[in-house]
Design a binder for this molecule. Sequence first.
Ligand SMILES: CC(C)(COP(=O)(O)OP(=O)(O)OC[C@H]1O[C@@H](n2cnc3c(N)ncnc32)[C@H](O)[C@@H]1OP(=O)(O)O)[C@@H](O)C(=O)NCCC(=O)NCCS
Length: 160
Amino acid sequence: MNSPALSFRPFRMGDAARLERWLAAAGMPLPDRVARDVWAGRMAGGDARIHALAGLIGRVAVGFVRMDLAPDRSAELTLIVDPRLRRRGLGRQLVERALVEARRLGLRRLVALVRPENDPALRLFCEHGFETSGVRVVGFEHLARVVHRADRERPLEIVP
Ligand SMILES: CC(C)(COP(=O)(O)OP(=O)(O)OC[C@H]1O[C@@H](n2cnc3c(N)ncnc32)[C@H](O)[C@@H]1OP(=O)(O)O)[C@@H](O)C(=O)NCCC(=O)NCCS
């Protein structure tokens, strides 16, 4: 079953409790010994290196995208979908939005760190052009894809 098209807005402090629950359910570590106000404040605009969005159905946040921007014009992408609403095309919409944002921000590369047993995420990223990068990170697959403005343009036609 496909869900409706998501709209997006910046991450807010009020999203933190929901995100915390979903992360805990997914076994994804929360920032160690960092208070919620601190990490959520950074995601909600307090840290220029973090670009975080909520994906909405109506006014309800059903997914989150986070990009941690690096000085070399790359970013690490993290995303999560409401556990009750998975396998309905929402994750795909989050990745597509992340690519739009990456182009808008002038990024060259997106990376994602995914546990090797996380088949849903590996498949989702691979479907969107991410490949194993060869970078070794203990306990994770390091995936990467190039971001290029030409991605959204029609291929050049070569006339013989
Ligand atoms: C990974 C995640 C974001 C996918 O979200 P989702 O909304 O369920 O994904 P979609 O419905 O858009 O699925 C898109 C594709 O991903 C793959 N996929 C998603 N869930 C899958 C599953 N349970 N098993 C196998 N493939 C899966 C499939 O290829 C799917 O396409 P298909 O449905 O046409 O077969 C979601 O499972 C999640 O939030 N997981 C916890 C957080 C996480 O692991 N984040 C990624 C690490 S940064």
